[in-house]
Design a protein around this ligand. Structure first.
Ligand SMILES: NC(=O)c1ccc[n+]([C@@H]2O[C@H](COP(=O)([O-])OP(=O)(O)OC[C@H]3O[C@@H](n4cnc5c(N)ncnc54)[C@H](OP(=O)(O)O)[C@@H]3O)[C@@H](O)[C@H]2O)c1
Length: 261
């Protein structure tokens, strides 16, 4: 899908966590095209450099290494955006992991904790350190990546499903706390998106024939296909921009109609 460059985020500063992944890179690219300065945050120096190399020609960009579960590193990543670009207007709390697929009785505490640490505590930590800089700016927008898994159940995915429901609860609470400060907080709820994460899930569902799992999942989608990273980026752009000035505290589905069923 081709996009026009514009100025919907001109002068804004954004932090994007999980910037080395499919959705994160697409969001960073879209934001750069719309005039934002973007701090890419990721846990792998090599992947961050590669992402930066791909995006550099699009605008003002910097990168910071931080594991989403590491409080000090997360705090430092937000401070780095403020120091580098002069403030913070937008946080995209996007880093996430699918975890291990297993029925409830086979899951371990580590299965649960590892998913929760990244998908829930990681999102909260990014929010925690973004609040003061956003307030200082007189307002801003936080967008957290939930999922259709934030509103429906699915067998064998308990840690992921529970973590994405929890993200929605966190977003609702943060929206109420931050509304008086003109900071809007929303969640995005994608259905399967055509990238590494759904590939990993297809393989876990059907180790001998991941393509069969793909066909099966797509057959359940009302539009008969997965979404794209770029489609999610367009929704994130809307929620981050002033066009969404009265949107806060909601989960915005981007699922080709899946949760309408
Ligand atoms: N793909 C889908 O079908 C789908 C659907 C609904 C919601 N989502 C959500 O969308 C978000 C982005 O995922 P994606 O689809 O773009 O998948 P992805 O390509 O696997 O990207 C995940 C990103 O999160 C990063 N990450 C994972 N654990 C981390 C940690 N502990 N610390 C720092 N970074 C960490 C990954 O870093 P590395 O590159 O270093 O691994 C990567 O940048 C996730 O929250 C996911 O749950 C995805």
């Amino acid at each position: 899908m081709t996009q026009n460059s514009g100025s919907r985020l001109e002068g804004k500063v954004a932090v994007v966590t999980g910037a080395t992944g499919g959705i994160g890179e697409a969001i960073a690219k879209r934001f750069l095209e719309e005039g934002a300065s973007v701090m890419l945050v990721g846990r792998s120096a090599e992947k961050l450099q590669a992402t930066r190399n791909r995006l550099e020609s699009n605008g003002k960009i910097a990168e910071f290494i931080a594991d989403a579960t590491d409080e000090k590193a997360t705090a430092a990543s937000i401070q780095a955006a403020v120091d580098t670009f002069g403030g913070l207007d937008i946080l995209i709390a996007n880093a996430g992991t699918e975890g291990r697929i297993a029925p409830i009785e086979s899951l371990t505490v580590d299965d649960f904790e590892s998913v929760y640490r990244t998908n829930l505590i990681g999102v909260w930590l990014a929010m925690k350190y973004a609040v003061e800089p956003l307030k200082k700016r007189g307002g801003g927008s936080i967008v957290a990546l939930s999922s259709i898994s934030g509103v429906i159940g699915f067998p064998t995915m308990a840690p992921y499903i529970a973590s994405k429901h929890a993200v929605y609860g966190l977003v609702k609470t943060a929206a109420l706390e931050l509304a008086p400060f003109n900071v809007r907080v929303n969640a995005v709820g994608p259905a399967p998106i055509d990238n590494r994460m759904i590939r990993s899930l297809e393989t876990q569902f059907s180790p001998d024939d991941a393509d069969a799992a793909r066909e099966m999942i797509m057959s359940k989608m009302p539009m008969g296909r997965y979404g794209t990273n770029e489609e999610v980026a367009n929704l994130a752009l809307f929620l981050a921009s002033d066009e969404a000035s009265y949107c806060s505290g909601s989960i915005h589905m981007i699922d080709g109609g899946f949760t309408a069923g």
